[in-house]
Design a binder for this molecule. Structure first.
Ligand code: PTJ
Length: 249
């Protein structure tokens, strides 16, 4: 038996584990109640994708890993859903790629900010950014505009899992290379990303880490070639096609 009291062989194990983590996140004051709704929406897309990493998502995750290794400063942006679903996996990705971790919330309260930072530290994070909030993303009038000047504010590459569309667009307008993880390929955030990853964040983050590990010895030119070869339009089209032809059986 595991975290969700069902054996890993259960056909809906991953889905039940995800639900359990989000529920526990709400109980712990990490995840917002809106996060439950966002999770439900994500699950519907994941179901149609067959709850697997499709080949175009794997390519996107490889390109994202290469981009992280190339970056002068990469940051993983963490919200209440990501903190509940894959805190340890975010910490390992940051360690392997030398990235920073920053908490950034749509429904921002100081209490949730602190709880998420503590939760990430419990999972091994050394430094957690986001609490200083001494920078702003221009053109946004909600709480997500608040960033750390020496975190997302100065980063050249930002990974934004489970985002709402307008910050994703604003970050792109700031000239940052933006990597989005979103199970909906039609969402504004996926559409505005330099590298859209249409996959469940619980699969995407560890797979990015695995790719980063295997690219450890790659030259700068090899990494640049991987990023240049990635075709965002083709990846979005492949994901939409997989969803539209998804089998509900
Ligand atoms: O913690 P906060 O306050 O920052 O709030 C976070 C949420 C997620 C509540 C907020 O950003 C929000 O309302 O987001 P949306 O607009 O519902 O968008 C969430 C997107 O993430 C949707 O397109 C979902 O399909 C997608 N999604 C949901 N769960 C997952 C996911 N994508 C990848 N992996 C998931 N597990």
């Amino acid at each position: 038996m595991t975290e969700v009291e069902v054996p890993e062989s259960h056909p809906r194990y991953e889905s039940l584990l995800t639900r359990h983590r989000i529920e526990a996140g709400v109980e712990k004051g990490i995840t917002s109640r809106q996060g439950l709704i966002a999770q439900g929406r994500g699950e519907a897309y994941d179901y149609l994708l067959g709850e697997r990493t499709i080949p175009s998502a794997d390519e996107a995750e490889r390109a994202a890993a290469a981009q992280f290794l190339l970056a002068d400063q990469a940051v993983v942006s963490v919200n209440g859903n990501v903190a509940a679903l894959c805190p340890g996996e975010v910490v390992v990705l940051a360690e392997v790629t030398g990235a920073d971790i920053e908490v950034n919330l749509f429904n921002r309260t100081e209490e949730r900010m602190e709880r998420i930072a503590d939760h990430l530290r419990e999972h091994g994070a050394r430094d957690v950014l986001g609490l200083a909030a001494d920078g702003r993303i221009p053109g946004l009038d909600h709480e997500r505009a608040k960033v750390d000047a020496d975190g997302i504010g100065s980063a050249d590459t930002v990974l934004v899992p489970l985002e709402d569309g307008d910050r994703a667009e604003a970050l792109a307008e700031m000239g940052k290379t933006e990597i989005v993880v979103d199970l909906n390929p039609m969402s504004r955030s996926a559409q505005s990303a330099s590298i859209p990853i249409v996959d469940n964040v619980m699969r995407a983050v560890p797979n990015m880490t695995e790719h980063a590990r295997s690219l450890e010895d790659a030259s700068e030119q090899e990494l640049r070639d991987i990023v240049a070869a990635f075709d965002r339009e083709a990846a979005l089209a492949a994901a939409e096609d997989a969803i539209r032809s998804g089998d509900l059986g």
